[in-house]
Write a protein that binds this ligand. Structure first.
Ligand code: GAP
Length: 464
């Protein structure tokens, strides 16, 4: 089923997936905190990504680069020069809006919307956007007036000052993507890891963008997490490596994370829409309650980034290939995923409601590998707590477990379903003392008797 976003936001707060940031002070626009279940969910997704793309492969390594880097990194990458949105300010209410988005919306709503004769339709060119806005048809979404200032470029990087001075020499940016930390470390990693091309580097971490229109809960935020891979390959092998990563990502979303396959699609960016440095690119999209939106971008970035850093740093970032004694600047395939967006997609994908005699309630149908908590351990009545606690001690070194002895067993199962716990165990001595337990399946509600000695293996085989 598809859940309304407002329902999901309330549910996420009530259960402890995601809270509004700094809530007791009225919040901070667009900041969110991951609660006890949210952090487990996000970490599970990240750990599965590491397992699939690093641990299970011989051609991948990890990196954790600093968030604040030498500002020249962002000059070379092009972020200082062109990582910006076209903004204009309403002179009446002083709110800022994206000119290209307002024009796009106006044209979408009404195909007959007037277009100036000298408008070239280039929504990236300031001049062109100003020509359109001067027509005076678009009203401020906040106050309804049409009193706009000029459209200007607004850089999306957040910055701060390092050290005790606050002048330009101390200016540093909070990284807007994790990728550049990998590019600038390419020779270090190649040398120290002794990996031979083709090989890739994976990095998970926070990124920051001063988004103008953050929206949809944790979908677009100013502080978010990325899980990115830069896969270095020999020029000429880039097309096949792109294909490989395309199917690997598809497998990750639908088979590893278990997202419904009709809710994940890959949309190729047409050649004329590609940035100048990209040979091929496309977006993986998930069907959120608010429509199809990007969760990951896959790009063939050619040798653009390494060359840009070579030029500015005057360092040699090329690679000597021992297989054929050639030296070249590697091409890079980049599967870049938003971890915060995947966490939201996982919640949307899992959300379901069931109607029972007691009314309607939520069941979070996470794949066992993704589920924040794998096993619920519930003594049938309080006096069986010693056996249940013993079972908790036995399982908790292997799995994240929930222990609960309050309320009827039916209520505890219902709470487990809301949490998305795939397997729950009701502990009663008759079974337990005979060396077995009854395990309840969250989705089928079927019960299966499992021998205590085989329980860990049984749960692992189920994907926990
Ligand atoms: N290194 C390439 C890169 O950063 P991107 O398309 O700008 O490419 C990659 O970002 C992914 O990061 C996106 O597909 C999205 O999942 C996530 N992402 C980007 N901006 C975000 C934001 N403001 N909030 C949450 N996730 C974001």
């Amino acid at each position: 089923m598809s859940v309304e976003m407002s329902t999901l936001v309330t549910f996420a707060k009530t259960k402890g997936f995601v809270y509004q940031g700094s809530e007791i002070y009225g919040g901070l626009a667009n900041s969110w905190d991951y609660g006890p279940l949210g952090i487990l969910l996000k970490d599970n997704i990240k750990n599965l990504w590491t397992r699939e793309f690093v641990q299970k492969r011989k051609d991948m390594v990890l990196l954790d680069a600093a968030i604040m880097m030498n500002p020249n990194v962002w000059v070379a990458s092009g972020h200082v020069g062109s990582f910006s949105d076209p903004l204009m300010e309403c002179k009446d209410c002083n709110t800022r809006h994206r000119a290209d988005k307002l024009i796009e919306e106006a044209l979408e709503k009404d195909a007959g919307f007037p277009v100036p004769t000298n408008w070239a339709g280039d929504k990236t060119a300031l001049e062109d956007l100003n020509v359109y806005m001067k027509l005076g048809h678009i009203a401020c979404p906040n106050c309804g007036k049409k009193n706009w200032g000029d459209v200007k470029r607004f850089n999306l990087m957040l910055s701060t000052h390092q050290g005790t001075t606050e002048d330009a020499t101390a200016l540093v940016y909070l990284r807007p993507e994790t990728a550049q930390g990998i590019f600038v470390n390419f020779p270090n990693i190649a040398r120290s890891s002794r990996k031979k091309i083709p090989f890739g580097v994976a990095q998970a971490g926070k990124a920051f963008r001063n988004e103008i229109t953050p929206k949809n809960f944790i979908f677009r935020t100013r502080e978010f997490e990325q899980i990115e891979i830069e896969y270095f390959c020999k020029p000429g092998t880039d097309a096949e490596n792109f294909e490989n990563w395309l199917s690997e990502e598809q497998r990750f979303f639908t088979e590893v994370l278990g997202f419904k396959s009709d809710k994940v699609q890959f949309v190729e960016i047409p050649a004329e829409g590609l940035p100048h440095y990209s040979k091929r690119a496309g977006d993986f999209e998930y069907l959120f309650p608010f429509g199809w939106w990007e969760i990951s971008t896959l790009a063939n970035r050619t040798d653009y980034d390494l060359r840009a850093h070579m030029e500015l740093s005057k360092q040699d970032l090329s690679y000597f290939d021992p297989f054929d004694n050639t030296k070249y600047v590697p091409y890079v395939i980049e599967p870049s995923i938003g971890l915060s967006r995947l966490t939201l997609a996982a919640m949307c994908d899992a959300y379901d409601e069931v109607t029972t005699e007691e009314g309607s309630r939520v069941v979070m149908r996470f794949a066992p590998a993704v589920a924040p908590i794998k096993v619920g351990i519930y003594p049938l009545v309080k006096k069986f707590a010693p056996q249940a606690e013993e079972l908790f001690a036995r399982l908790s070194s292997e799995f994240m477990c929930d222990y609960d002895e309050s309320g009827t067993i039916g209520k505890r199962y219902a709470r487990a379903d809301e949490t998305g716990i795939p397997y729950s165990i009701c502990v009663e001595p008759e079974n337990y003392d005979a060396g077995q337990v009854t395990v309840r399946d969250r989705d089928s509600w079927e019960q299966e008797v499992v021998k205590l000695d085989e329980l860990v293996t049984w749960l692992k085989n189920k994907g926990c």
